[in-house]
Design a protein around this ligand. Structure first.
Ligand code: ZN
Ligand code: ZN
Length: 240
């Protein structure tokens, strides 16, 4: 039984015993069959934004035309069915075990594709505004960032940046409006400003769609002296 069916039947408590992708009960959050089907095939991705590209391209057309403020992006998978269910289950299912499973999948992808010297000095989650945090009760990005930083043996600084203003949810806007919506939405926390200068900072999120939010965060970190900014995102929305 699929995850959303389980939830709609009010059986969300059953989830930890069955695979989040195929629903078969195996006492694994993601069974080994689904793991090899969805996470072991390596795809060639743009080195900046992780959009799938052709086998000889290092960068996608958009990043070639305009280089984003971040320096690289590592993802575990594309955001499409049935993998989108994993992200949805963070919201509706057993939050902590699911976040840990997503972080482990992302950590495995990092270990496979990122050389150790290119692992950031510290990790931060994409911050939520106070209003959205109150509404949702937790920050999905932080839930993934914590076990990811632990798996990669790096510190995490959850309050390094904060949202200086509440913005319309990016998902409600047309891609063209997203950059303007998020502009200057972030600012470093005064207490942590020293932690930014010269550092390689890893920014963690659950899903990357246009990349406008991550671009704005990287631009903010670099304005305040970050040496390098890399994104670590569970799932990348493929181009339509
Ligand atoms: Zn499965
Ligand atoms: Zn790109």
């Amino acid at each position: 039984m699929k995850l959303m069916q389980l939830i709609s039947k009010g059986c969300a408590h059953l989830i930890p015993n069955s695979c989040l992708l195929c629903g078969i009960e195996k006492n694994q959050l993601i069974c080994s069959e689904c793991h090899s089907q969805f996470f072991e095939a390596a795809s060639v991705r743009c080195e900046f934004c992780a959009i799938p590209v052709g086998p000889v391209d290092a960068r996608c057309g958009q990043c070639l035309a305009q280089r984003p403020a971040y320096d690289s992006t590592t993802v575990a998978c594309d955001y499409m069915a049935p993998l989108d269910q994993l992200v949805l289950s963070l919201k509706f299912g057993q939050r902590l075990p699911v976040a840990a499973a997503l972080a482990n999948l992302l950590a495995a992808s990092v270990k496979k594709t990122v050389p150790p010297p290119e692992i950031p000095d510290l990790f931060i989650p994409v911050p939520l505004s106070r209003e959205r945090l109150a509404e949702r009760g937790f920050n999905q990005a932080l839930e993934i960032a914590r076990p990811l930083a632990k798996a990669l043996n790096r510190p995490i600084s959850p309050n390094l940046l904060h949202r200086v203003r509440h913005t319309t949810a990016q998902s409600l806007l047309h891609p063209d409006q997203r950059h303007e919506n998020i502009m200057h939405a972030f600012s470093p926390n005064r207490r942590y400003k020293d932690k930014i200068v010269g550092q390689h900072i890893g920014v963690v999120d659950d899903v990357m769609t246009t990349g406008a939010t991550l671009h704005e965060i990287a631009a903010c970190l670099k304005r305040h002296g970050a040496g390098r900014v890399s994104n670590f995102v569970f799932a990348r929305t493929p181009p339509h």
